[in-house]
Design a protein. Structure first.
Length: 124
């Protein structure tokens, strides 16, 4: 979904404090992600740049471009974790700034979320 659909789906998202946790996360294919956390919902979400026709993201999603829909040509949003409280966000993502600068940093992020038991599977 795009960012407007994401915010429209839950009014708390627009009203809440939101923290950006870096805009230069990259996966193995070089796709760029921006990471954000919404305080009122506890949602940690990524905005993903347009990607190649077929790819697997580090959060467990498999993506195949079926046609030339605009959703594949623009930023898309996905909730990747639920984390209650800023202290827990800081604990789970400790060292994120340095990790983001490394190659395939999105994989580091996905592993941290899985290890902490807060990751959302693609079917959730």
């Amino acid at each position: 979904m795009d960012i407007e659909e994401f915010y429209d789906a839950d009014d708390r998202r627009r009203q809440s404090a939101e923290i950006e946790l870096g805009g230069d996360w990259h996966d193995a294919k070089g796709v760029r992600y921006e990471l954000n956390w919404i305080e009122d919902t506890g949602e940690l979400y990524v905005m993903r740049e347009p990607a190649p026709p077929e790819w697997a993201d580090p959060f467990g999603g498999i993506h195949v471009r079926i046609d030339d829909k605009a959703t594949f040509d623009s930023m898309t949003v996905a909730v990747v974790a639920h984390i209650d409280g800023r202290d827990k966000v800081e604990s789970v993502l400790g060292g994120w700034l340095e990790a983001m600068e490394q190659p395939n940093s999105a994989e580091w992020l996905a592993e941290r979320l899985r290890d902490a038991g807060v990751a959302v599977t693609p079917s959730n």
